[in-house]
Design a protein. Structure first.
Length: 201
């Protein structure tokens, strides 16, 4: 019974993610989510207590996918920092391209309410701190302030394309839905920060 309950909760969370992607964060309702999940509206309150709790659970799961999985891969590849960065940036880029609505939902409160204490801002900063700690661990001779600046610059460049995916369409004519273009963009970015596979101070 417990397994079945967990399966239903997971099904509702995944339906909430799809609903956010299709409709946007604030156009997503319990009715839309329940229809997507194939359950009645009362199930949302039963399993989550409220629509707000469900949305929080859905966004937490997508942030786990956005930050925890790439971080684990970064740690696995840490002896080759160029390769580690390339993998993480590619993963983040592809996730944002595949789920632009969810990505916007993560940053909504930052843009609209200037809220830098919310879940997304905290998770993003924690992720950057963890990336920096791994770099300092494997390259202890690097200046930490310079590493922090490099990490900020690398992720800021990617973030601009993630948050504003079509801002440069008319200028560049580049279709970033194509994986080959994502890889070229990331390679070109990393060339500014690495020489012979090593992070430049």
């Amino acid at each position: 019974m417990a397994k079945n309950k967990d399966e239903i909760k997971q099904k509702i969370i995944l339906a909430a993610i799809e609903a956010i992607e299709k409709n946007g964060l604030y156009a997503t309702t319990s009715r839309i989510i329940s229809k997507e999940a194939g359950v009645n509206v009362a199930s949302i309150n039963y399993y989550f207590g409220s629509q707000e709790n469900l949305i929080e659970a859905a966004l937490n799961l997508t942030m786990d996918n956005a930050f925890l999985d790439p971080l684990n891969e970064f740690i696995k590849r840490k002896e080759n920092l160029y390769n580690a960065f390339e993998h993480v940036l590619t993963d983040l880029f592809q996730g944002a391209v595949n789920y632009p609505g969810v990505t916007k939902a993560h940053f909504y409160s930052i843009f609209v309410h200037n809220d830098y204490e919310g879940m997304a801002a905290k998770r993003y900063n924690k992720f950057l701190n963890q990336i920096t700690d791994v770099i300092i661990e494997v390259r202890p001779g690097l200046d930490k302030v310079k590493v922090v600046c490099s990490v900020m610059q690398i992720f800021s460049v990617l973030l601009s394309n993630i948050i504003f995916p079509h801002l440069y369409d008319k200028y560049s004519g580049i279709d970033f839905k194509k994986e080959e273009n994502q890889k070229k963009y990331i390679k070109h970015l990393l060339e500014k920060f690495f020489r012979d596979g090593e992070l430049i101070e």
